[in-house]
Design a protein around this ligand. Structure first.
Ligand code: URA
Length: 447
């Protein structure tokens, strides 16, 4: 543990470090070690950490502070040694978006294709959904496995999906939840440290990063997404990992559904060879990179073909079924998705004019979903897994006045009017179709 490696300056105090960052100072490695170790051990209260996070969000972190923070968070717990498991260990992590559910598709594809995927994921963050929350919509699914159980699941089916624990990335576990509730997410340094501390603790050989950009991403501007990607790729490479980052579009939701159980249904659709094209294409592409970096394939084309074969043969779907069962979930949801929690009521969001969808304010979709119970306002809040947004229109589609843009699946009326206004306002409608189509994959960093 970090603490035993350090001798702290006895006079170091959180309140001074908050002031230093507030006043745009640069922290030393020792100061960051002190903050992270003390917070992880419960010696710094949430309110002081929250103040430091906000000061950091406003002032930013230098490259050297980002490196120190990543290492301090990584060493807040253990680094898994999975060398006793056969083959290469490869993972993927996304910076988060609306309807972004590729992890649940590519983990079974890549495991079925012969690599091991030890995935430590997060919960919903800001307006974006979290893999762990989505998995927990499957009745019984346990994301809190002990490390021994995690290993045995990985050995048996080649994939395992858990959250940060008291043993693995405990600093991220606490800081992540605090950032979600304090609007301190969209910071390059904080995101890099959060993602890379978890991923480097996994004992992987290679990592594929999906860095989202656009109105539904934390990095709205492509140049910021590129910078974040470069810093994360560089951090991973310095630690001896193969890392590549795909900058991908998040200017509209990925797939046709956002909301926990509805996203599981969409993943099962893709694993059954159906599902929305954008979701399927991105899942295949990310899987191909995982196969390639994991040396399972000699080229990306070979990787794509392997991913497609794993879907067409049903092997990926069966691997997902096995993974669900091993993590104590109800595997019957694969054939009977009606076993997943669903909302009681639904309402359509009609278009107010004729025209074409020219863009979306995608973050608003995520915020509307969170307001309906699909996200947290406070750390302690529970998620309603049944609420969902079903998107009927994509950018470039024609629309008629009165036609439904989206369906809201909800349980409580309380915030419905507001949510409906937000969903309607998220769609931009123009008299003509947009001339250019935004590519789903915008750029590759670190290849
Ligand atoms: N995903 C993470 O794990 N952490 C972040 O800060 C953002 C996305």
């Amino acid at each position: 543990m970090l603490r035993s490696r350090l001798t702290f300056n006895l006079r170091m105090r959180a309140v001074d470090l908050i002031r230093k960052k507030r006043d745009a100072g640069e922290h030393s490695r020792e100061e960051i070690d002190f903050l992270i170790s003390s917070y992880t051990h419960g010696e710094i209260p949430d309110y002081q950490m929250a103040a430091w996070l906000m000061a950091t969000w406003l002032r930013g972190l230098s490259l050297s502070e980002t490196a120190s923070l990543t290492e301090a968070m990584l060493h807040s717990g253990q680094i898994l040694d999975l060398s006793d498991l056969p083959g290469k260990k490869v993972d993927k992590h996304s910076t988060g978006g609306v309807g972004d559910k590729t992890s649940l598709i590519l983990a079974p594809i890549v495991a079925a294709g012969g690599l091991t995927v030890p995935m430590i994921s997060g919960r919903g963050l800001g307006h974006t959904g979290g893999t762990l929350d989505k998995l927990e919509s499957i009745p019984g699914f346990n994301v809190n496995l002990s490390l021994d159980k995690f290993r045995s699941v990985l050995r048996e089916c080649g994939m395992g999906l858990i959250g940060q624990t008291a043993e693995i990335a405990p600093a991220d576990k606490k800081i992540y939840a605090l950032r979600d509730a304090t609007s301190t997410v969209e910071s390059i340094g904080l995101i890099c440290a959060s993602i890379m501390s978890k991923k480097l603790a996994e004992g992987i050989d290679a990592l594929v990063l999906d860095v989202k950009t656009g109105s539904g991403a934390f990095m709205k501007r492509e140049e910021d997404a590129i910078r974040l990607a470069e810093i994360m790729v560089d951090t991973g490479k310095r630690m001896g990992k193969k890392v590549v980052a795909l900058i991908t579009d998040m200017d509209q939701p990925l797939g046709r559904a956002a909301g926990h159980s509805s996203e599981i249904v969409e993943c099962i659709d893709v694993l059954n060879g159906r599902g929305p094209a954008d979701l399927r294409d991105l899942s295949i592409e990310l899987s191909a990179w995982m196969f390639y970096l994991g040396e399972r394939c000699k080229s990306l084309d070979e990787g794509r073909r392997l991913a497609e074969t794993m879907i067409a043969s049903g092997e990926a779907r069966e691997r997902f079924r096995q993974g669900i069962k091993l993590q104590e979930g109800d595997p019957r949801v694969i054939d009977e998705p009606q076993r997943l929690p669903a909302a009681r009521s639904r309402v359509e969001v009609p278009s107010e004019s004729d025209g074409y969808i020219s863009g979306t304010n995608c973050e608003l979709f995520g915020t509307a979903l969170a307001m309906l119970g699909g996200g947290r306002e406070k750390k302690e809040d529970t998620i309603d897994p049944g609420v969902a947004l079903e998107f009927h229109k994509r950018v470039g589609d024609p629309v008629r006045k009165g036609e439904s843009l989206a369906t809201i699946h909800y349980n409580a009326d309380a915030k419905l009017v507001e949510a409906k206004i937000m969903v309607g306002a998220s769609y931009m409608i123009a008299p003509e179709a947009p001339r250019e189509k935004r590519p789903l994959i915008r750029r590759i960093i670190g290849a």
